[in-house]
Design a protein around this ligand. Sequence first.
Ligand code: PMP
Length: 409
Amino acid sequence: QRSDIINLAAGPSQLPLQVLEQAALGLLNYEGTGIGITELSHRSPEFKALTDSLENSIRTILDVPQTHSILFVQGGGCGQFSAVVYNLLARHYLLYPDLKGEERVADYVVTGSWSKKAAEEARMIAASCGARVNVVADARENSQSGKSFEGVPSHDKWKFSAAPAYIYYCENETVDGVQFSDDLQSPASFPFSSLPASPDGAAPIPLVGDHSSSFLSRPIPNLSQHALIYAGAQKNLGPSGLTVLIVRKDLLVDTVAASKLGAPVTPTMLAYKTYADAASLPNTPPMFSMYVSLLAVKFYLERGGLAALRQRNEAKQRKVYEVLDEGVAAGLFHGNVQAASRSWMNVTFTLSSPELEKAFITVAQEKGLRGVKGHRSVGGIRLSLYNAVSEDQVDIVVALVRQFIQERS
Ligand code: PMP
């Protein structure tokens, strides 16, 4: 029974039941057409209307300014690890054609496994034109072991380049459970106020954020200061297959022209302009994912939008970290992430022995919890608390964990 299970997986993850029930109807008969959503032509007026509606509802819920386009692409977060480099280097070549390859630098803030992977991809692509990657800060240098990601490095340790082609960060590190604080006074916030200025003042240095695992979980501070925010749909939004881009219009550059100046050749389907020119329909899009995502955004809009989501998500994580701290005090758990950088979406911890960890996983499984194992690269436990995980479900999880601690201390 679905109602017996609490899915705490890191993605794909739970979606609201009401959204799934609506989607099931649309799968059979989309809005009275007699055709299911996955059988409909993507060139039909009905699907064009769906695409427009998805764009408008995301613009509304996040308050996206008209300076930015909202685009729908495929290839997931990993696809963007590549696309970011191609599009942003192309823009840099068009703006500054006379610079040598080695004078072009992309700045990466590495706070966890996904930004590390993104930086590696950038290094590979940038090398093809002699450009390079500068690691602004690496959170591992902050950690006790020197190996794990345990928090946002203090701002005074960040070393930006003088004039990078762009600056990249990951808002929530899904594997490690490290998130930037949305309180801009916090030492774990992103230092928006100290970003390097553009050398000629033409356009601000583009700031790129991977928001895959926190998208639509709370408002984005300083959204308009970003040149690009991207997110795979499969955490807070809908089924996998869809990647949402919020992209400042000066990033929609002619990548073919840039390649003639020496920029790496951008595959057509990775160029942002391809999607902007075709209103996100240059080819067959992930229609079902877009449909369910639209239902989800409308569902959240009807329930108070991001302010209400923030309130619920804040309360959820507070309860879970509270019980995690009880486990730490009892000597059973170890919370790896510094308090100020604790992720609201992915709560990660380890247990004091492999046997205890096994016991935890067994109890969780018996009681109907699913998806609690940490990412295979880091192990431990990870409880993901995305939008669709209700406060009632969190209360059940917290009670279970509390009982587990009490029985063993
Ligand atoms: N970035 C983040 C923050 C993620 O959590 C993930 C996936 N869990 C990715 C990128 C990669 O996304 P995808 O699997 O859609 O390529």
